[in-house]
Unconditional design. Structure first.
Length: 265
């Protein structure tokens, strides 16, 4: 049995990964934003938000390890450490980081073989998408938030490239912070003329019709051709296995759809 028997998962990708490793019995509590797998929401107590949490609620499940993600949870992890809880704060920002996260988490719960099997499954998906790539590359705008407009984070941009697309704001993707990825002028998207627009508004439903109705955006090829689509946040914005197993194939499918429409003209 794992050394860690009561893990407080402060981020959703830790929950998803522990279940995928067969280590769900070690989870003492989960983030309230968890959606995958569905049984986690049913069976596990919700003990935290994301950027803010009540420490007492986390401590109530008596964790022997807390797993968090990024600088946004650094203060929570520091507070838990002051209460004597061991913490592991991950900061994966690309596909390689996601794979490393899986491998380290598998080691923490003494599920190395299961971790290697999961990693092999993720690599098969990556290779399958990469094998489907063909020229030319459609230009893709990924919108993480709408007010203000925020472009895609690093692993999203990488998925776009893996799927055979070109991220029209690739220069912003290197910035971990959302503030550094704000697009101040909506007309800049029009000027970059994306062939596909993907929306994933974290925490609320994406509205393609509101995007299409933005002033001047009727000139955008994606709007003109009806290629304005949503990928659910749980599938693409939590840096765990879902990015590769669920988000990446959806991007690849949109790229394939663009190629099919182009060939039909």
């Amino acid at each position: 049995m794992s050394h860690y028997r009561r893990i407080a998962c402060l981020s959703t990708e830790a929950v998803e990964t522990l279940y995928a490793l067969g280590a769900q019995d070690s989870i003492a509590g989960i983030s309230g934003f968890t959606v995958r797998p569905p049984e986690a929401r049913r069976d596990k107590p919700k003990i935290s938000g994301f950027s803010s949490s009540k420490i007492e609620r986390i401590l109530a499940v008596e964790p022997d390890l807390a797993i968090g993600f990024s600088d946004m949870q650094a203060d929570i992890c520091a507070a838990l450490a002051k209460h004597g809880v061991e913490v592991m704060l991950f900061n994966q920002r690309d596909i390689a980081g996601i794979l490393r996260f899986v491998r380290v988490l598998a080691a923490l719960v003494e599920r190395r073989q299961e971790g290697e099997r999961l990693l092999a499954r993720l690599q098969v998906q990556i290779d399958a998408v990469r094998a489907s790539v063909r020229a030319p590359a459609p230009r893709i705008y990924f919108e993480e938030w709408n007010e203000p407009m925020i472009s895609g984070i690093g692993w999203v941009s990488e998925c776009i490239a893996l799927a055979g697309g070109e991220d029209v704001f690739a220069e912003l993707a290197a910035h971990a912070g959302a503030k550094e990825r704000i697009i101040a002028d909506p007309m800049e998207v029009v000027r970059r003329a994306p062939d596909i627009i993907i929306g994933s508004w974290c925490g609320k439903k994406f509205r393609p019709e509101s995007v299409a109705a933005r002033p001047g955006w009727d000139a955008v090829p994606a709007v003109r051709d009806g290629l304005v689509e949503e990928i659910k946040s749980a599938d693409i914005l939590s840096p765990g296995p879902s990015v590769i197993l669920h988000g990446l194939p959806q991007i690849a499918a949109l790229v394939a759809r663009w190629h099919a429409m182009r060939e039909a003209r």
